[in-house]
Structure formats: C-alpha cells, structure tokens
Design a protein around this ligand. Structure first.
Ligand code: NAD
Length: 381
C-alpha cells in the first residue's frame, strides 16, 4: 500500500511521523512511502534524505493525501486534514478521541478508518507501538535538561580550587514513564534525587535508579491513590494532607522539582501549592510536565516560563518531545512502523485490518463509516 507522512500544521510542532529509516522498514513490508515536502526538515530529515531512502516527495498536503492509502502524522488532525480523507483510506496519528468528538464525527463521515496512537492498549504485546510511553520517556529526560538550563548551578557536587559546590537536590513527583526517565537523567547528572508516587510498588524502581523514595507514613498507603491495573486513583483528603505536609517539609531545601503526576481521565492533582513555591530558594526551578492537564503546581502557566516574586522559575511547556524532534520522530516513526507491521501480517504490502486483534481494535476509533470508540476492554493483559 501507499503510506504517506503529512507535514505537521500545528505551530511549533517539529516532529514527523516517517524517517528515512522507518521508510526503509516499511518498504520491507511491501509498502511504498511518500512524504510531504519539508515535513521532516525541523526534525533533521530533508527531502533529499527521504529521496535517498526511496521515498517519493510530494509537493503539498492535498497531493499527498490524494496519492496514498494510509496517511500518517503525529498531532491530532485539524478539520482541514480530516475533511481531506476519503472512504477506504486510513489515518494513523494521535487523535485523543474522548476530547475530540467533533473531529471523530467528521472522520466517521469521510468513511476513513482512524487509528489513534493514544488509544493503543497499554499491554505488554503493544509496548513497541506505545507512542505515549516513548514520548513520555523523552519528556522526562528533557524536563531535567530544561531544569538544568534554567538552574544556575551544577547538578553534581564538586570540590574545586575555587570552592566547594553542593549537589543539587531534585524532587520528582510521579514515577510513571516520564518520572522514571527524569529520575534516571537526574541521578546520572549527579543530583541528589528524591521521588514520590502514590503507587508504592514503584519504590523499588526508584531506588534501583539511585534515587530515594519519599516515604509517607500512612496506615494503608497501598490502598490509597494506588488503584488496580497499575494506574493511580485520586487520593483521600487525609492522604493528600500527609503528602502535602511532606512536600512542605522538603520545599525549602529542594532546588528542582519535576512534577509528572497524572490520574487517567482527570485534571492533574495540585500537589505543589503556592506556599511551597514561596518556601523555595530564589533560583529554584519547577518543571511541570502536567501543565497540559492543568498543572501539578498552583502557579504553572501552560506553555510559559514564569519567574515568581521570590525568584522561582516555573516552566509549563507542553511540547517537550517536539523540542527533541530528531529523537522523538525516530521513536514515533518506529511506533508507527510497528503498528503497520501488525497491520501487514503477510509482509506483502496488503493491510489486514483485523478488528479481532485487541491492539488494532483498541486503537481503531472510526472504521467503515462507524465510530468504534470507546473500544471493548482488551481480552488479554
Ligand atoms: P501517567 O503519566 O498516567 O502518570 C504519572 C504518574 O503519576 C503515575 O505513576 C501515577 O501513579 C502518579 N501519580 C498520580 N497521582 C499522584 C499523586 N497524587 N502523587 C504522586 N504521584 C501521583 O503514568 P504512566 O507513565 O502512563 O504510567 C502509569 C502506569 O501504566 C504504570 O503502572 C506503568 O507501568 C503502566 N504502563 C504500562 C505500559 C505497558 O505495559 N505498555 C506502558 C506505559 C505505562
């Protein structure tokens, strides 16, 4: 089949869904690859590099969509992109169907199939297509780099002829995929790293990465905030008070806070309150990875870097993966390639959209003129 990558239209988005390497792999599956001219430039892949990998470069978005059977992209499509689709065509991209009902309706009306990368079930077999995790991993790494960029000191402690420098003290709140990546980056830079999560089962992972698990004295921590299925649930008011009291204790001595705490389907819990910000030393940095969902810090402004009156820098950027576009495009394009591998079981360029397959079914949000979201729960874990 003909697979084509669109240039992203969202302002500032630097990622691309096809790389010359992923195109080579797709060709091995029997697919022919296309890319919109300039789609990869911001991620470090120019048209000539694609052409060198056997990819056909097409002048504009309309020509690309007209030329291909499967359209691939990164960001959820905008209306102009959805209405270009036609019956029988497939779109693979992030989609966020629960938040984009109008777009879901519009996609259904075109008769096209939409595979939402954010709906890939988070089961072991689907990890290779789990774009949420691959992007969260980058966001966690980049959050630490961003913190370093804003912080006026070293991460690691040093004894030099010009004086003794203490190590930075970093606190990571939330140890999911992004939080664990942040912990790994922070410890490897030499900071004293502490981390907290409502899921006590992550304490071993935190400690194995050289960080200290912030322990909360609570009667039944395992039943509070840590729900079934590996995902967090909202904490009780008592647990939350304990957690905030612990953070208040840590705030005056913490140089960098990276917050990543999220509960599926809910606004981000407010965990780093205004009074904690006020307790921090001037020059301290807060990177709020939950900014898009309202932020974990009271004072976060989405997509902005603010400096408080007491000199604390709060970064609420929501485009960390795009800020590392070569890396994130490489991983995302690989996630897409794996999706297409499962869709092309015979490696003959023929797509078999098997709605009996849990992963394909889970990610398919429109198919054959129907909305197929939400999917039934997966049969296997
Ligand atoms: P996420 O981005 O949804 O949330 C980030 C973290 O915030 C979670 O660890 C959560 O426990 C934590 N959190 C929520 N409320 C908090 C609070 N009040 N205080 C502190 N921390 C709080 O997380 P994620 O990276 O998507 O991972 C969530 C779960 O999904 C984990 O169990 C993970 O192992 C699992 N997962 C599985 C797969 C897979 O099997 N393919 C892939 C990714 C994640």
């Amino acid at each position: 089949m003909k697979v084509g990558a669109l240039k992203e239209i969202k302002s500032g988005e630097a990622r691309v869904s096809l790389t010359p390497d992923s195109a080579a792999q797709l060709q091995k599956l029997g697919h022919e690859c296309f890319v919109q001219s300039g789609a990869g430039v911001a991620a470090g892949f120019n048209d000539a590099t694609y052409e060198g990998a056997g990819v056909t470069v097409v002048a504009d978005a309309q020509a690309l969509v007209d030329a291909v059977d499967i359209v691939i992209k990164v960001r959820e499509p905008e209306e102009a992109e959805v209405t270009r689709l036609r019956a029988g065509q497939t779109l693979i991209s992030f989609f966020w169907p629960a938040q984009n009902e109008a777009m879901l309706e519009a996609a259904k009306d075109t008769g096209a199939t939409v595979i939402a990368m954010d709906m890939v079930p988070r089961i072991s077999r689907a990890q290779k297509m789990d774009a949420l995790s691959s992007m969260a991993n980058i966001a966690g790494y980049r959050a630490v780099i961003e913190a370093g960029n804003n912080f006026g000191r070293f991460f690691t402690g040093q004894v030099t002829a010009a004086g003794k420098i203490p190590p930075a003290r970093v606190l990571i709140v939330g140890a999911g995929v992004a939080g664990l990546a942040a912990i790994g980056t922070s410890t490897s830079l030499g900071a004293i790293t502490m981390a907290f999560d409502v899921r006590p089962e992550v304490s071993e992972q935190i400690e194995s990465m050289g960080a200290e698990f912030v322990f909360l004295e609570f009667d039944e921590p395992a039943q509070d905030g840590a729900a079934t299925g590996g995902y967090a649930a909202p904490s009780s008011p008592e647990f939350r008070e304990k957690q905030l009291a612990k953070f208040r204790e840590l705030a005056p001595t913490t140089d960098i806070v990276i917050t990543t705490a999220l509960i599926p389907g809910r606004p981000a819990p407010k965990l780093w309150t205004e009074d904690m910000v006020k307790m921090m030393k001037p020059g301290s940095v807060i990177i709020d990875l939950a900014a898009e969902k309202g932020g974990n810090c009271d004072l976060t402004v989405m997509d902005e870097r603010v400096v408080t009156e007491n000199g604390v820098i709060i970064v609420g950027y929501t485009d960390f993966p795009s800020r590392m576009a070569t890396q994130s495009s490489t991983l995302y394009a690989t996630n897409i390639r794996h999706m297409l591998t499962d869709l092309t079981p015979e490696k003959d360029g023929v797509v078999n959209h098997n709605m009996e397959d849990d992963v394909i079914r889970g990610a398919t949000v429109t198919h054959a003129g129907e909305i197929t979201f939400p999917p039934p729960p997966p049969k296997v874990a």
